[in-house]
Design a protein around this ligand. Sequence first.
Ligand code: MN
Length: 258
Amino acid sequence: MKTIKLLLPCFLVTAALLSCNKKKLTEVVEVPLPAAEEKVTLGQPDDVKADEGTFAMAKLPYAYDALAPNLDALTMEIHYSKHYLTYTNNLNRLIAGTEQEKLPIEELIAKLDMSNADLRNNAGGYYNHTLFFEGMAPKAGGAPKDTLAVAINRDFGSFDNFKTAFSDAASKQFGSGWAWLITDRAGKLQVISTPNQDNPLMPQMPIKGTPILGLDVWEHAYYLNFRYKRKNYIDNFFNAINWTKVNERYEDAMRRKY
Ligand code: MN
């Protein structure tokens, strides 16, 4: 049987080649697809290990598929296990053997030499992604409670006003960047956006403050699932915000005087 199985395709190919010779060269020859489909297997966040270095990746407190359908599993996996990992490794490599290794990340960023693009991008990338991944949770979203709810009403008038301001900042950030909810240097909540991996802790920022909620609007954060529809991604992010965590950050910022 094996011989027949092998001979038959050989015969067909030969016949096709012979018949091709007689036909016009412009004829399209159909190429068969591989029989086995390529299977995408999701990894586990715990399997992701940064190289040895000062700063560790935040442990993802949920599975890659736990935020679906708001944020899809494959985007989450690539974002966490590739992008975030790379920023972490680059940051650690850039500061190895320097005084910056002794600083908390917030202080390292606040004291950045902004002309050092490599360190600016990777320190920002590390900090921003840590905040982003920890700011989401399964079965989350809705509106904040606690002290943050009071502060949002005080500074934006209502939660809906805040949501509109934040969505606008995220939509209108041209190109790659981030939208933020921050406590500014007077303790007031503000919504801002920054380009690239900048954040409002950095020197020379037009509005400085402590980020308590961050949304990544780089295309890698949404393009697989939402394609060019950044607005849909922003709407879905609101269903995944871990307001308990954001409230903790708010109270912490208030305690430390922003
Ligand atoms: Mn990102």
